[in-house]
Design a protein around this ligand. Structure first.
Ligand SMILES: C[C@@](CO)(OP(=O)(O)O)[C@H](O)COP(=O)(O)OP(=O)(O)OC[C@H]1O[C@@H](n2ccc(N)nc2=O)[C@H](O)[C@@H]1O
Ligand SMILES: Nc1ncnc2c1ncn2[C@@H]1O[C@H](COP(=O)(O)OP(=O)(O)O)[C@@H](O)[C@H]1O
Length: 310
């Protein structure tokens, strides 16, 4: 066992949420996961995760979106920090404070984001100097989305989503996210898609060239034509009101509307910053959604910042 050389001050890491621009779901594998081909984009809704040396492992979750997030050892950030300590034989504990800006159980990978942030923060706190790829490997054991939240940007995820390859994406895309009342459980949504397509042939998924072309062009009208989420049908079957939210957003000028990951957040792609503002105002005024957030992407993955910013 080694004793950590502790940095004297807390370390804060900012981590983004994600939207799946394409989420193609293949068959159920023997390990209980589905083979996936997805294109992730990191977006500027973020959590701030602060780690500080402590006598015991612990966690505090703050902010209006904190409801439903465990403050126990089940929190994915605590599990990630403990996993890193175990692998590197660090014999010390940390207290983790999470300020949630990513909707919980919303299909935007908030829990995975906090795990990614805890890995990057503890790497700095404990002065480990680990390579990003090493942190991604540890993160993959905690959740299929965790490696992407370490990496950020725009990337293809294959395997169960944890194997990453970079994607060339030009420009910045403007998003409006419609938050729902209550979350959806990821395993339930995958089980629902299996049920819905029990009689269908499921091809082995791979990224579509049209989407890659749209990302290279940087043109949101092109990207809008090629957004696709195989889980959307299941999310809508479980939450029929989501179709109405998508229809409302399209009526209010969105280029496209898609369920984010396993839902129930709906992601709208806007033409530009101004149209995104108008869309956010119209969706808020309609009263059809719990809350609305604007964001842009791609943005960086988990990275150290000077301190929590209010
Ligand atoms: C659907 C996606 C799309 O990016 O994200 P979310 O919408 O949840 O954020 C991911 O595939 C979710 O990734 P993540 O949230 O990390 O899930 P994991 O902890 O790895 O898995 C939770 C459960 O989801 C199901 N699962 C997940 C990934 C996968 N490729 N096949 C699956 O069937 C399994 O039932 C698994 O037990
Ligand atoms: N740090 C965390 N932030 C959010 N949820 C967490 C966290 N740790 C554990 N969880 C649990 O994970 C579940 C899924 O949360 P989240 O990752 O936000 O959703 P999704 O898989 O839809 O992206 C939550 O309902 C919560 O019980």
């Amino acid at each position: 066992m080694t004793s950590a050389h502790l940095a004297p001050v807390p370390v804060t890491v900012r981590v983004p949420g994600k939207v799946n621009l394409e989420l193609l779901v293949g068959g159920l594998r023997p390990d209980g996961f589905h083979s996936l081909s997805t294109v992730f984009q990191a977006v500027s809704l973020h959590d701030d995760v602060t780690v500080v040396e402590a006598d015991d492992w612990g966690c505090t979750v703050t902010g209006p979106l904190a409801v439903g997030v465990p403050e126990s050892g089940d929190n994915l950030a605590v599990r990630a920090a403990r996993a890193l300590a175990r692998v590197t034989e660090i014999d010390t504990a940390v207290h983790i404070t999470i300020r949630k800006g990513i909707p919980v159980a919303g299909g935007m990978a908030g829990g995975s984001a906090d795990a990614a942030a805890a890995l990057v923060a503890c790497d700095r706190l404990w002065e480990l100097g680990m390579a990003r790829e090493e942190l991604e490997e540890i993160g993959a054991d905690l959740g299929s989305d965790v490696p992407f939240l370490v990496a950020g940007g725009t990337a293809i995820g294959s395997g169960r989503g944890e194997r990453l390859a970079p994607v060339l994406a030009r420009g910045t895309f403007h998003w409006v996210f419609a938050l729902a009342e209550g979350g959806l459980s990821t395993p339930t949504v995958f089980a629902e898609i299996d049920r819905l397509r029990a009689d269908r042939d499921i091809p082995e998924p791979s990224p579509t060239p049209e989407l890659m072309g749209a990302l290279r062009s940087g043109d949101p009208t092109q990207l809008a034509l090629h957004l696709r989420n195989d889980l959307q049908e299941a999310a809508i079957a479980l939450r029929p009101g989501l179709q109405e939210v998508i229809d409302d957003g399209l009526e209010f000028g969105a280029l496209a509307g898609i369920v984010s990951g396993s839902g129930p957040t709906v992601a709208f792609l806007a033409r530009d910053h101004e149209t995104a503002l108008d869309l956010a105002v119209a969706l808020t005024a309609s009263g059809a959604v719990r809350d609305v957030r604007r964001a842009h992407g791609p943005v960086h993955g988990a990275h150290v910042i000077p301190g929590p910013v209010d």
